[in-house]
Design a protein around this ligand. Structure first.
Ligand code: SF4
Length: 432
């Protein structure tokens, strides 16, 4: 029996793609194993968002080749369409697979076809995923992006935005809830530009889609990721605030607090627009957790412009910020600008933003003291003191940790009384 191993680098979309690839290969009778050195095929799901992620693959491939002479390597993900990567890896990859070509993989690997006659006309999202988790699932609602932020490779790597029909999304969500999943995360590069249409021509936007999925009965949570501030509508904010299963957690990337830098990034909103959205979220959903992404050291970013990012962070009082130092990505518009902010200044700016984040996150977390919160447990581990520590997320995406008696709670909702808070986690006692 032939075997495969999947090695995933990068974002939730890559993780979700890997689940579809797993389902697809199992349909062909292959078995997944943990060790790439013993597998017939390794599927490498790559990320090109940062140089460090890209560099990893150049170290992995020669190692696998040295340890496993008969191995076939399939490269998919964000680097599968990059000509410069193809040049660097000439002769080292057996199949270059843009993810939308997944239906062709069986032929490319010489696998026996075990699927029906429609097979060649299927899109990659038609294949049923084999989820890693049995309680939390990423559910893609589309793929690709039309926004062309000047620093981002995604529109080149994944192509233009394609949205799944809302009926397919609904039936996948229903099937997951029926199977007992407790959490569904709707994902796309930009969920809130989602559009589908009904038979009568009526448009279904992302808020409509959320409302439809939210109708599914059961004890489960609905999340989404990630959203662009220019497309974040009041209708969506209200829909999330009013939903029965919708978690009060909004992640939407600010990237900078300076209007000139935002313009150079081609983000198409201002710092004021972003902060107005934060106010709207807090108006409709006062308890919501808000997180963002910020890039420091974009080409030409002056001290004054960086200070505007600090001001935005102070005003928005985020619970979490994913801060990254700018690095040029080949083929993007900003790669043509001089990367003129030194490494040292980028590091320093990242530290300054982290200091603001620690302060606001800790202050925000004070409100949890003494509260009882519902938590979906995703891990139970032994501590150094030989106790079992469970960790999971609350509906508003706080990391919650507490001591338990056994491992059986993974994938379950529990109640935890919060007794201690830190910047990035809250701690408590198991109630039930
Ligand atoms: S919205 Fe911008 S940053 Fe996000 S995937 Fe699209 S181009 Fe990239």
């Amino acid at each position: 029996m032939k075997t495969f191993n999947i090695f995933v680098i990068g974002c939730q979309m890559n993780k979700s793609d890997s689940e579809r690839i797993r389902g697809y290969l199992e349909l062909h009778g292959l078995t997944e194993i943990d060790n790439p050195n013993q597998a017939d095929f390794v599927i490498l799901v790559t990320c090109g968002v940062r140089q460090s992620a890209e560099d990893r693959i150049f170290g992995l491939i020669p190692n696998w080749r040295a340890n496993n002479k008969n191995l076939k390597i399939v490269l998919t993900g964000c680097l599968a369409l990059r000509e410069d990567v193809k040049d660097k890896l000439t002769g080292k990859i057996d199949v270059w697979l843009p993810i939308y070509d997944l239906p062709l993989l069986g032929n490319a690997l010489g696998l026996k076809k075990q699927l029906d006659d429609n097979y060649d006309s299927l899109t990659y999202l038609s294949f049923e995923p084999h989820y890693k988790s049995n309680f939390s699932a990423f559910l893609p609602i589309g793929n690709g992006c039309n926004n062309f932020c000047s620093y981002c490779v995604v529109p080149y790597a994944r192509g233009r935005e394609v949205c799944r029909p809302y009926q397919d999304i609904l039936s996948e969500a229903e099937s997951l809830i029926k199977k007992g999943f407790k959490e569904i995360i709707l994902i796309a590069q930009n969920v809130n530009s989602y559009k589908s249409s009904k038979d009568n021509g009526e448009i279904v936007d992302f808020a409509d889609l959320v409302k439809m999925v939210d109708q599914i009965e059961g004890d489960w949570w609905l999340r989404f990721s990630t959203s662009h501030p220019k497309d974040m509508s009041e209708k969506l904010i209200k829909t999330i605030a009013d939903g029965r299963h919708t978690c009060q957690y909004f992640h939407f990337a600010a990237q900078s607090g300076d209007d000139k830098i935002l313009e150079l990034m081609n983000r198409r909103y201002t710092a004021k627009h972003y902060l107005d959205l934060v106010d709207k979220i807090r108006h409709y959903s006062p308890e919501a957790m808000i997180s963002t992404d910020i890039i420091v050291g974009f080409p030409g970013e002056t001290d004054k412009q960086f200070n505007n990012s600090k001001k935005l962070m102070e005003a928005a009082r985020f619970d979490m910020v994913y801060i990254s130092q700018y690095s040029p990505r080949p083929g993007t518009v900003s790669a043509r600008l001089e990367d003129d902010v030194s490494k040292e200044i980028k590091r320093h700016r990242e530290t300054e933003l982290n200091d603001i984040l620690r302060k606001t996150a800790l202050e925000n977390n004070q409100k949890y003291l003494g509260r009882i919160v519902k938590v979906l447990v995703d891990e139970v581990e032994k501590t150094k003191a030989d106790l079992l520590e469970a960790s999971g997320k609350s509906a508003d995406f706080k990391s919650v940790k507490f001591t338990v008696a056994d491992k059986g709670l993974i994938g379950q909702f529990v109640l935890v009384k919060i007794t201690k808070v830190r910047e990035f986690a809250i701690y408590g006692e198991f109630e039930q």
